[in-house]
Write a protein that binds this ligand. Structure first.
Ligand code: NAD
Ligand code: MG
Length: 397
């Protein structure tokens, strides 16, 4: 029985994780579930899977959860605050930690799991975008196992030779005959929308992704392709490569989840349904395989299989993230922080769709030269960039 902690259990990835775990009750036990403040959702999950612990970031919500659990006769112990989340991520009995909190809020709990040498299933890409080198150094220092959940990175991982899978953080791709990582993306809901209509795109239109059902933040990021930009930075760190080794390819059908090109001309791809339960099952079972509730692909029903290049006019956020990746850690931390503020402002109706990129560009310009090396530097820059982004929102861009 492997003990699993699910950070961000009430979200899209958290729910998919519980769905995979429910199919394998003999192999996995849920040790802890955590969320931000959703009492009712976490209560229902606790009553369904009966974890030893639950935690909510919000202390008042945690009190309400503890009371409701007690009334229902549950023995689940409730913790709260960032300390409670970190404590569960680092719990001595936890074997696997699913890092599925959205945004920079996931950084400290995810690092807490890494520092205890856990097997960390990383969905929370923003944590790696913010802290790249420091994160990977901690993985090496503490002997943690880092397995990608993001479908593209999980696909790339599956296409690597097994000798490299065990040592992705300190080997060179070229030494294994790899010439390029081909990061695919659907292009989101606005792949063919006339550019002149972009300024009036509404939040409801932006979160309606053609292929994937996801949380709101990543759905907006997919529409702007900032998501692919964050994934570009994520790939740079996960696979110990340089920006020049990664190419973004638009593949609107989301059947291929990414590819690895070898020097002999071979290209290996991982294909599957647009359902996160496949990469989740892969990472939970690695290095073995186990069944997931995902239907197999039906090639007889597949009509189109197309590819194109992302245009900078349509997807300026992708190119900002690629530029930040080349500039360094200060740039990626600041861009990620600015983008979190911009996306929330867009969802709240305070910023137009096209102004997301303008705000992000201002943040990148303001902080691109910043050097960060310690966790304190990163947390401080994240806070400063957020403050700057909020001041731009107040003053106007
Ligand atoms: P979501 O918004 O559906 O869920 C987020 C979860 O994090 C919730 O449980 C929420 O309670 C918790 N949370 C939010 N803010 C928090 C805070 N401040 N402190 C503690 N917990 C907090 O998001 P999601 O779509 O499940 O995405 C989660 C992560 O996985 C993101 O980083 C996203 O980029 C990544 N990811 C998601 C998908 C997907 O299909 N949804 C695919 C690839 C990667
Ligand atoms: Mg992805």
């Amino acid at each position: 029985m492997r003990q699993v902690v699910v950070l961000g259990s009430t979200g899209s990835i958290g729910i998919s994780t519980l769905s995979v775990l429910a199919a394998h009750p003999q192999d996995y036990q849920v040790l802890a579930l955590t969320a931000a403040s959703q009492v009712d959702k976490l209560l229902a999950q606790c009553l369904a899977v009966n974890p030893r612990y639950a935690a909510l970031l919000d202390a008042t919500a945690a009190k309400a959860l503890a009371q409701a659990l007690k009334q229902a006769g549950s023995k689940t112990e409730v913790l709260s605050g960032i300390d409670g989340l970190c404590q569960l991520a680092a719990h001595p009995e936890a074997d696997i930690v699913m890092a599925a909190i959205v945004g920079s809020a996931g950084l400290l709990p995810t690092l807490a799991a890494v520092e205890q040498g856990k097997t960390v299933l990383l969905a929370n890409k923003e944590a790696l975008v913010m802290s790249g080198e420091l994160f990977i150094n901690k993985v090496k220092q503490h002997g943690a196992t880092l397995l990608p959940i993001d479908s593209e990175h999980n696909a790339i991982f599956q296409c690597l030779p097994s000798g490299l899978q065990q040592h992705t953080h300190d080997q060179q791709l070229a030494d294994f005959g790899i010439s390029k990582i081909l990061l695919t993306g659907s292009g989101g809901p606005f792949l063919t929308k006339p550019l002149c209509e972009f300024a009036s795109i509404t939040p409801a239109q932006a979160i309606a992704h053609p292929n994937w059902r996801m949380g709101q933040k990543i759905s907006v990021d997919s529409a702007t392709m900032m998501n692919k930009g964050l994934e570009f930075i994520e790939a740079r760190w996960l696979f110990n490569c340089q920006p020049a080794d990664i190419e973004v390819v638009i593949h609107p059908q989301s059947i291929i989840h990414s590819m690895v090109q070898y020097t002999d001309g071979s290209v290996l791809a991982q294909l599957g349904q647009a359902d996160m339960r496949t990469p989740i099952a892969h990472a939970l079972a690695f290095p073995k395989r186990m069944a997931s509730p995902v239907a197999p692909l039906n090639f007889k029903q597949m009509r189109d299989f197309t590819f194109s290049e992302p245009s900078p006019e349509r997807y300026p956020n992708l190119y900002l993230a690629m530029a930040a990746c080349a500039q360094g850690q200060g740039a990626t931390t600041a861009l990620n922080a600015g983008n979190e503020i911009a996306v929330q402002a867009f969802l709240d109706g305070q910023l137009s769709f096209t102004d997301i990129a303008r705000l992000n560009q201002r943040c990148l310009e303001q902080f691109s030269g910043f050097r960060v090396s310690t966790l304190d530097d990163i947390v401080a820059l994240d806070a400063e960039a957020r403050q700057y982004a909020r001041s731009l929102l107040r003053k106007g861009l």
